[in-house]
Design a protein around this ligand. Structure first.
Ligand SMILES: [Zn+2]
Ligand SMILES: [Zn+2]
Length: 103
């Protein structure tokens, strides 16, 4: 069976911009422009979910070890997940947009 964990570019289903893969050794799972994500993972990077719903950025969480993280809520099934903010890469997250999520 083919392992599907990979770091690839994709087209954002929310804003339709072309997103390049991360260059900081991490794994891109949300759009740096509109911050939307897709519910395709059960655990980060495994692509094991069959939901496929759009995940809206709904807030920010601060974890002392991981730094700032985005909270995403799936528009289809309602699950909430936290994702690390992408910086130190091409197309870093729009931090101005990120800070608007802060309570
Ligand atoms: Zn987008
Ligand atoms: Zn979902």
């Amino acid at each position: 069976m083919m392992r599907s964990i990979e770091n690839t570019g994709f087209i954002c289903l929310n804003c339709h911009k072309k997103i390049e893969k991360l260059t900081n050794g991490s794994y891109r799972n949300h759009c740096p422009f509109c911050l939307y994500s897709l519910h395709v993972d059960k655990h980060p990077g495994d692509r094991a979910s069959t939901c496929g719903g759009l995940m809206a950025p709904i807030g920010l969480a601060y974890k002392s070890k991981k730094g700032w993280q985005l909270i995403h809520c799936c528009q289809r099934c309602g699950i909430q997940v936290v994702n690390k903010i992408a910086i130190d890469t091409v197309q870093p997250d729009d931090l101005q947009k990120v800070t608007t999520l802060q309570g």
